[in-house]
Design a protein around this ligand. Structure first.
Ligand code: HEM
Ligand code: HEM
Length: 134
């Protein structure tokens, strides 16, 4: 799952900075939260998941990692996509979509934590046994 997380993180980075750029150009900061979360949950968090799963392939190959990937990647677009539409239309009823997206994402984070605690060990890092001193 490591490589998949890294690739999708890069795509989120592009979307998030383009949104930030547009916000700056048109001086409309009502989408700041969407921009911040696409950057922080899309780019930063997913790049970290990707790096962790690449450095510890045993954790990256588990069913937990696969389920985590899908919960994050269904939860985040749902949470932020619905919030974006809500900000554009002003339809408060849409908040339920944002809540469902957030819950899926948080569930994914719970699986990530379980996976890290269960499958990350010094002995199964790709650096294990290698001299990486400069
Ligand atoms: C070219 C790249 C970027 C542009 C043009 C940009 C633009 C913006 C703009 C216009 C705002 C709103 C400022 C305001 O409300 O006063 C903002 C807020 C924010 N941006 Fe970016 N941004 C960029 C990259 C990033 C990156 C890479 C991150 C994180 C990794 C990030 C995180 C945030 C956060 C957390 C906020 C909210 C700050 C707050 O709560 O006051 N931005 N950005
Ligand atoms: C499921 C996970 C998360 C949920 C449900 C959530 C929810 C929220 C909410 C409700 C706000 C206030 C929004 C507003 O002012 O319009 C907020 C703001 C913020 N959150 Fe999160 N958050 C989550 C994860 C994160 C993470 C992982 C980070 C950082 C790594 C983060 C960074 C921020 C920042 C910087 C702001 C201020 C943005 C702004 O100025 O609008 N959040 N978050």
């Amino acid at each position: 799952m490591g490589v998949r997380f890294l690739k999708i993180a890069a795509v989120y980075f592009l979307i998030a900075v383009v949104l930030g750029l547009v916000m700056g150009i048109i001086h409309n900061f009502s989408f700041t939260s969407v921009h911040a979360h696409l950057n922080l949950l899309g780019w930063v968090s997913m790049a970290l998941f990707g790096l962790i799963y690449c450095i510890f392939p045993k954790a990256g190959e588990t069913k937990l990692a696969k389920t985590h990937f899908w919960l994050h990647n269904i939860g985040l677009p749902l949470m932020q996509g619905v919030l974006f539409v809500q900000l554009v239309t002003g339809n408060q009823a849409l908040v339920v979509g944002t809540i469902i997206g957030s819950l899926l994402l948080v569930l994914g984070v719970v699986l990530f934590v379980i996976n890290v605690l269960a499958h990350i060990k010094t002995s199964n890092s790709i650096f294990s046994g290698k001299d990486i001193s400069m």
